[in-house]
Design a protein around this ligand. Structure first.
Ligand SMILES: *Cc1c(COP(=O)(O)O)cnc(C)c1O
Length: 447
């Protein structure tokens, strides 16, 4: 009997089947893990969210290479993502079938030590209208507003490295989402802020919403003359391309995309691709072609992740394939320092080297990509290189995007440190502070 026959799955008429922690033991057995290793993975999955689906399991993961396979690693918790004593403790509870509440309390304590961002940070960019704070809206940059519809706060599968993991574990106070009626509030806010020309609909994954729900969010924006671009943040092309091809609302979704384009707006699908394997199935090619057929542009982005895509050849092949399929490489992000970040972090010096080697290997058409880029409170900090200046080895940096537009595009420097993984690890090379307007705390990039 196959896994598909026996697993208890959530099934709908579109053939989507989600696999969650309940299915972990069976899936990790398929990867060849021993019973103890499987128990440790289950322990990690009590703390960090796990969700995958039948497309990823059947068509993306190379099971003969698991558990080393990069797509397997993109999906599955690993026992060394958390401190060993925490894993041992929770594994012990699971082994003796401890009450759920006891397991959940232990998991909660571990989470609270994991920098469960974006809790505090979220206060920063929250817009106010008529004295009341808009939920699920962030005014990031002068021209750009992010919108998190309440119905878009999950994904077709969860990346093991996701910085938004607190959203998915049901910890109170860690969710970002608009209220019902959020799209009307958003319109009111935009009318009061004519400087905003870009709206970015994100989550979770904006493509988890049905076409009908997405239309409710998007349609009111089409009447606003000030709006030039609507962006949709999604990993669905990688994890559920059937959304655009065979799902019951695929036609309706593509019609909505056409409607946006006909209204004279740039529609940008901001597609998250972590690995070239995600571009290799016939259905993803078809999904890409259909989206492009509506007049939408697909721009691609992903973080650089240790053990999943930390090699120049991986990025080179991904960018080439993306250009071949008509997509536009946009950002390579630095993995942010939340959650099990130590596990996935790639030092900035090495990230820069990977970026440069891949960038040097592709044609100019793929050099639309920028990076490696850190999304910080002040803006997007790009590592441009390592240079000798006035006898010192330094990182050259610049802000690609900033809350304060005066700072965009001005070079600045940090002491070279081969171990630094984030802006907060860097020291200014000349002078005693970086020219960033605020504290260099992390902020969340857009998925
Ligand atoms: C990158 C990013 C944006 C969009 O910035 P662009 O430079 O216009 O692509 C918006 N919000 C956040 C949090 C981002 O990281």
């Amino acid at each position: 009997m196959t896994l598909m026959d026996t697993a208890q799955t959530t099934s709908t008429n579109r053939g989507f089947r989600a696999f969650t922690a309940r299915h972990l033991d069976r899936l990790t057995a398929r990867a060849g893990l021993s019973p103890d290793e499987r128990l440790a993975v289950r322990a990690v999955a009590e703390v960090l969210p796990f969700r995958t689906n039948n497309y990823v399991v059947d068509e993306l993961i190379d099971w003969s290479a698991a558990p080393a396979d990069p797509i397997y690693r993109l999906m599955f918790p690993q026992k060394d993502m958390l401190p060993e004593e925490d894993v041992d403790h929770i594994a012990g509870l699971l082994r003796r079938d401890a009450p759920r509440q006891e397991v959940q309390q232990a998991a909660h304590r571990v989470r609270m030590r994991l920098n469960p961002h974006p809790a505090g940070q979220m206060q920063l960019n929250r817009p106010v209208l008529d004295g009341h704070v808009l939920e699920g809206v962030q005014h990031k940059y002068r021209e750009t507003v992010l919108f998190f519809p309440r119905q878009g706060q999950t994904c077709h599968a969860y990346c093991s490295y996701c910085f938004r993991w607190p959203q998915f574990v049901g910890e109170p106070g860690l969710r970002i989402a608009a209220d019902d009626g959020g799209s009307q509030e958003l319109v009111d806010y935009l009318l009061a802020h004519p400087e905003v020309t870009n709206v970015l609909i994100t989550g979770g994954d904006a493509m988890i919403m049905s076409a009908a729900v997405l239309r409710q969010q998007v349609a009111p924006l089409l009447a606003l003359e000030q709006i030039e671009s609507i962006r949709i943040g999604t990993k669905a092309l990688a994890f559920w391309p059937r959304k655009f091809v065979t799902d019951p609302d695929a036609g309706d979704l593509l019609a909505l995309f056409e409607q946006v384009v006909r209204a004279g707006k740039n529609l940008a699908v901001m597609a998250h691709f972590s690995h070239p394997r995600e571009l290799e199935t016939p259905i993803v090619e078809e999904a890409i072609a259909r989206i492009r057929g509506t007049g939408a542009v697909i721009r691609t982005q992903a973080p650089l992740i240790r053990s999943i895509n930390d090699a120049a050849e991986v990025w080179e092949s991904m960018w080439r394939k993306q250009v071949r399929l008509g997509m536009v490489p946009y950002y390579m992000f630095v993995e942010r320092d939340t959650g099990p970040a130590d596990y996935f972090a790639v030092p900035l010096a090495r990230g820069y080297q990977i970026f440069r080697d891949a960038y040097a290997a592709v044609s100019g058409l793929a050099r639309t990509v920028r990076g490696p880029s850190m999304s910080t409170t002040a803006g997007k900090v790009c590592v441009d290189g390592v240079v000798e200046l006035a006898g010192r080895k330094v990182f050259a940096l610049h802000l690609i995007q900033a809350r304060n537009p005066d700072l965009v595009g001005r070079p600045f420097y940090a002491e070279y440190d081969p171990a630094a993984v984030w802006l907060s690890d860097l020291k200014p090379a000349f002078g005693d502070r970086f020219p960033l307007e605020e504290s260099p705390d992390p902020e969340e990039p857009v998925c």
